[in-house]
Design a protein around this ligand. Structure first.
Ligand code: ZN
Length: 391
């Protein structure tokens, strides 16, 4: 149908325009027309809509050396807010961002030794607090995305979360009932992969993001979309067996990759105690500088097992870009080079392997970015990375 086509094209053009405005920060109508190859008339009509919706604002460029000051367009960052929640072992991290994905508030609440019901109540009361915080803006809370470190089905139901031992719980429904608004659930590693593309601007449609914190997750963007598998459970790579009959894992198997190459496992081995992440990276950095043989040996083992798993992942997916999200690797000198040296198989092919510059925040930032992406109708976002985002 012609009308259907016209509205579809209008939607595509709108997404293209918003994407460029976000990417450039400030841009004139003339430059938008050049970059998008859309006519001036199309740009004008679309921008008029966006101005009326208060999603875009006009500003005059202050220092134009010659002629008339051009009117610049930028996204109205304060028109609404997105809430990302990272529900990890022991704590829930909240990040409220503006519409350009920049954090305006963050909060961490401990959830150690709490029942499912208690956790739902804790999450709901925080969500309500954030909702009232942005109630005065044009669109209020535009989206809430919660990261789950476990199996989330295509219907956004939780199948299994090893660290909480949750099986078949409908957290989405329970939270939505408690707060009276739509909440989306997404696997944590997928959100980290989304954040890498949105904030670190990896220009690729085939990106793998391996997260190495409390467990090991694999976020996959294949052909521009999340790769989820048949039911949504793809990417549980931390439970790939790398040591037959090895250490027992919460999943019920032995010798899983994350028992050897997640940060929690490595730090636990080094410190022989439950790690206190806040200071451990510095402590490990000092031991490395002093040449502590025990620590160096443990870290070599970490890189060894990490490389075994990465070799398998790369062989399976032939990715364009592989991002490894680990703060510990950033403390170890030349860690990326050491990994690459161990990926020497002639079968393993990838274009680029890199360490994430975002660290643990990537998951919650990806959650905000995904909420913004859905609200604005822009599937591939390019958000300002901001000085405070890279550490
Ligand atoms: Zn396992």
């Amino acid at each position: 149908m012609v009308t259907g086509d016209a509205s579809y094209i209008k939607k595509i053009n709108r997404a293209l325009i918003i994407r460029e405005i976000l990417k450039e920060g400030k841009i004139s109508r003339a430059d938008l027309s050049k970059i998008t190859a859309l006519t001036r008339a199309t740009i004008s009509a679309q921008v008029a809509d966006l101005l009326e919706e208060e999603l875009v604002v006009e500003t005059e460029l202050e220092h134009n050396p010659v002629g008339r000051k051009p009117i610049m367009l930028s996204l109205n960052a304060q028109a609404g807010y997105a809430l990302g929640i990272d529900l990890d072992a022991g704590q829930a991290t909240f990040m409220l961002s503006d519409l350009t994905g920049q954090p305006v508030a963050t909060d961490i609440i401990p959830i150690q030794a709490k029942t499912y019901k208690d956790i739902v109540q804790l999450l709901a009361s925080s969500i309500r607090r954030y909702q009232s915080q942005c109630a005065g803006s044009r669109y209020g809370m535009v989206g809430i995305v919660l990261a789950v470190h476990g199996l989330v089905s295509n219907e956004e139901k939780i199948k299994f979360v090893p660290r909480f031992q949750w099986q078949d719980v409908d957290l989405k429904q329970d939270l939505e009932r408690a707060v009276g608004t739509v909440i989306h659930l997404e696997n944590n590693a997928n959100l980290s992969a989304f954040a890498e593309r949105a904030y670190a601007h990896h220009t690729t449609d085939n990106l793998l993001c391996v997260t190495l914190y409390s467990g090991i997750g694999l976020g996959m963007i294949m052909d521009g979309k999340f790769f989820r598998g048949h039911e949504g459970f793809a990417g549980e790579i931390g439970h790939m067996i790398v040591v037959p009959g090895g250490e027992p894992c919460a999943c019920g198997n032995r010798g899983c990759w994350e028992k050897y190459a997640s940060e929690t496992s490595v730090l636990r081995n080094i410190l022989a105690a439950e790690p206190d992440e806040a200071s451990n990276y510095e402590w490990i950095g000092r031991r490395i500088a002093e040449g502590d043989a025990q620590v160096l040996d443990a870290l070599n083992q970490f890189i060894y097992y990490l490389s075994i798993g990465l070799n398998n992942v790369i062989n399976m997916y032939n990715p364009d870009v592989v991002v490894i999200d680990s703060e510990l690797l950033r403390v170890i000198p030349n860690s990326l080079q050491s990994i690459q040296n161990q990926l020497h198989s002639q079968i393993s092919h990838y274009r680029e392997i890199t360490l994430s510059g975002m660290g643990r925040k990537s998951c919650v930032m990806g959650a905000c970015a995904l909420a913004i992406s859905r609200f604005l109708g822009v599937p591939v976002l390019s958000l300002p990375s901001g000085d405070d985002l890279a550490d």
